[in-house]
Design a protein around this ligand. Structure first.
Ligand code: MN
Length: 721
């Protein structure tokens, strides 16, 4: 089957034609309702015209026709006939509800909201439109079906518009509408939208490609017929029912393939594609066997989308054969019902009215619903529209991998997905507390991209929590937005905790403890600072937006603020704050001097970021314009947890294998090597800078001693920033 871009029909499609088409599958009473909707629409649009000059009502009738071809229900058809009345005429939603009931009114209203979108290239506007559309879909999926039909007819009649407008609409169609049609499995609509969009956006390329394809098809005709006959004969011999159809690729798919692979048209066209539609799943596999006997299959190209359907519900067997003269033949095998789903996706649900139990149509509908539900979740977590569309884009072009849970359940993930993505697919809590993963029973880094067929087991721990680093490798929108919002929550929790400790220390300098603050005093202080709760205050302190000493002083002078000195004395000599290494994101270690436990340290409170810790010898600190109120006295807690990166420089006599010897020595002392940088290379001596993770100065000292003992090492020292 081919979908060529239709020229404007010479004969207008009239309401009588529509009623004929509707009678084929609707009750007479429903057809009468549609006719009544037409009368209302025609009256409301009276005097209005399309850009082409035709009476406006031709458009809603054409939109209804597209839905009738998809065999959509009566309400959708009625809504299609009325889809522009709220937007463009004096009729209101209430009018529509009175005449045709609340459901139709909701449908028309939904389409109207989607229509009120601004064209334009700004990412934010596009994203916002997209978001509206997805929301509308989750309310009632028929809204989007009417909207897609509306867009299809507008694309068919694009010629009447100014060129810039034409291009903008075409781009939007390719960017937003065609992918949505694809995701809902509405391939018939999608191919038309794509080819029309392609023709409008790149008229010359479209024309050339169309001519070339036509020429090539002429040459190929004989070969196509020959293969078709051979397949038919073989199926007959085996007693298998099946209709064999030569399949032609759509122009836009060809164009996209050429661009993606940088290949020439002849290469892209040099593929012969057939589809075999048979009666049952069992026959599908037997047909596959028969064609594999006829022509040798190309190894590794068989795909079983019957056992594992695509995200949009698509099912078929795909294989590639070596045909006569070695030409590649692509074959798809499917049942009649799978074929309907492949062509009309979610709309196929309405084709099988009442058959809500079994079959691909019902499961296509279910899967589309699941997808929509996921999208809704995403959109709740995502901060803004652009972030949202970035999340969704990944999901829209599903190059997928299928992996298994330890119990054998199949999970579908986008290509490149990692165990962290998998964990979030299982459950948000599993993702948030995952600490390790086993892939095919072996421990693997959480960032490993998963491959088809692997079994993934996630190890969780009660203390596990999302790592900001995960954002560098997760690919699913869900994982990304859940990690982001979990980190935001964590950061607040950590900030409150740090703020509590900072305030306690500062109060101690005033010889106060937190319990000493009278409640009215706290309340009035909060009011003065424009904060709602004590927690807000602590978070503010922890994030560095407010200085603990000033807050403490305010409490110390509660009720006698006029006596309060304005500047706290930083040399006051209170107890330093103890750093435990578990403060999380609100305490950061400076990369310039890389402090490690045991080093004398000092902290800077940076608004919004909490505390940054430097060594006391750090040059950056010495050069920093002094903001006394922002320096904070720090000390290491007795038992600090964690690994701390530090740079060491090793100068060696340049000899083969020395790098490996040093690395082995470092690893042997229990330190991880994060980075190796080889500088001065004069052929005689080499300076190597290692970034290694250590637990303490004593640990570092042990490593330095050990490496110094290596014969080729002439000098070794810690880089002090
Ligand atoms: Mn319209």
């Amino acid at each position: 089957m081919s979908h060529t871009v239709a020229a404007p029909p010479s004969q207008p499609y009239l309401i009588s034609d529509l009623c004929d088409d509707l009678e084929a599958y609707l009750e007479p009473e429903q057809v009468r309702e549609a006719y009544r909707a037409y009368l209302l629409s025609a009256e409301a649009h009276e005097g209005q015209h399309r850009a082409s000059g035709e009476p406006y009502v031709y458009h809603p009738v054409e939109v209804a026709r597209i839905l009738a071809e998809m065999r959509l229900d009566a309400q959708s058809v009625v809504a299609a006939l009325l889809h522009d009345v709220i937007e463009d005429t004096v009729l209101t939603k209430a009018d529509v509800a009175r005449e045709f009931g609340p459901e139709v009114a909701e449908l028309v209203d939904g389409v109207t909201k989607l229509t009120q979108i601004n064209l334009g290239n700004r990412a934010e506007a596009q994203a916002e439109n997209y978001r509206k559309m997805l929301l509308a879909m989750t309310q009632d999926i028929r809204v989007i079906l009417v909207k897609l039909a509306d867009r299809l007819h507008n694309m068919r009649t694009l010629g009447a518009l100014r060129p810039e407008k034409r291009r903008a609409i075409a781009r939007e169609t390719l960017d937003i509408y065609a992918p949505i049609a694809s995701r809902l499995g509405l391939n018939h609509l999608r191919h038309q939208l794509e080819d029309l969009g392609f023709a409008a956006l790149h008229p010359t390329r479209y024309r050339v490609l169309a001519q070339e394809v036509k020429k090539a098809r002429g040459h190929r005709k004989e070969v196509v017929q020959k293969i078709e006959m051979a397949i038919k004969r073989r199926l007959r011999q085996e007693g298998l029912p099946g209709e064999v159809i030569g399949r032609e690729k759509h122009l836009y798919s060809l164009y996209r393939k050429m661009r993606a692979k940088g290949s020439r048209l002849s290469e892209v066209l040099d593929v012969y594609a057939f589809r075999i539609v048979t009666d049952s799943v069992d026959s599908c596999y037997r047909v596959l066997g028969a064609v594999h006997n006829l022509y040798k299959p190309v190894p590794g190209r068989f795909k079983d989308y019957i056992a594992i359907p695509k995200a949009n519900g698509y099912q078929s067997l795909h294989t590639v054969l070596f045909g006569p003269f070695g030409i590649p033949i692509e074959v798809q095998v499917r049942t009649r019902e799978m074929h309907e789903v492949a062509e009309s996706g979610i709309a196929a649900h309405w084709l099988y009215k009442g058959g809500d139990g079994d079959g691909g149509a019902a499961s296509a509908h279910k899967r589309a619903r699941e997808w929509l539900r996921d999208l809704l979740e995403l959109q709740r977590d995502a901060g803004n529209s652009v972030e949202f569309i970035e999340n969704v884009k990944v999901d829209l072009f599903p190059d997928e991998v299928y992996v298994f849970t330890p119990k054998g359940e199949i999970k579908r993930l986008p290509r490149g997905a990692t165990p962290v993505d998998f964990a979030y697919t299982v459950h948000t809590d599993v993702g948030n507390t995952c600490v390790a993963a086993k892939v095919d029973r072996r421990y693997s880094p959480l960032s490993t991209p998963l491959a088809n067929g692997q079994t993934v087991e996630v190890v969780t721990a009660p203390w596990g929590r999302p790592n900001p680093n995960w954002l560098n490798f997760v690919v699913t929108g869900k994982a990304r937005s859940t990690i982001r919002s979990a980190l935001k929550g964590l950061q607040r929790g950590e900030a409150v905790e740090l703020g509590r400790r900072l305030l306690k220390n500062a109060l101690a300098e005033e010889s106060l403890s937190p319990q000493d603050i009278p409640a009215p005093c706290l309340q009035s202080a909060l009011r003065n600072m424009g904060l709602a709760t004590e927690e807000d205050l602590l978070a503010d302190i922890g994030l560095g937006n407010r200085i603990a000493q000033l807050v403490a002083r305010r409490f110390a002078f509660c009720g006698e603020e006029d006596r309060m000195p304005t500047e706290p004395d930083p040399q006051h000599g209170g107890r330093p704050l103890a750093i435990k290494g578990t403060e999380g994101m609100v305490v950061n270690f400076a990369r310039c001097c890389r402090p490690i436990p045991g080093d004398p340290i000092q902290g800077f409170v940076t608004a919004g970021r909490g505390i940054v810790i430097h060594t006391q010898w750090c040059k950056n600190v010495a050069e920093r314009p002094t903001r006394m109120d922002k320096i904070i006295d720090l000390a290491w807690a007795p038992a600090v947890r964690g690994d701390f990166p530090v740079d060491i420089r090793v100068e060696v006599a340049d000899q083969r294998g020395v790098l490996a010897t040093i690395a082995a020595a470092i690893a042997d002392e229990g330190a991880n090597i994060e980075n190796v940088d080889i500088a001065d290379h004069d052929g005689l001596y080499t300076a190597i800078t290692f970034t290694i993770d250590v637990t303490h100065r004593a640990h570092l000292a042990r490593i330095l001693r050990r490496v110094r003992g290596i014969r080729q090492v002439t000098r070794i020292f810690r880089v002090r920033g």
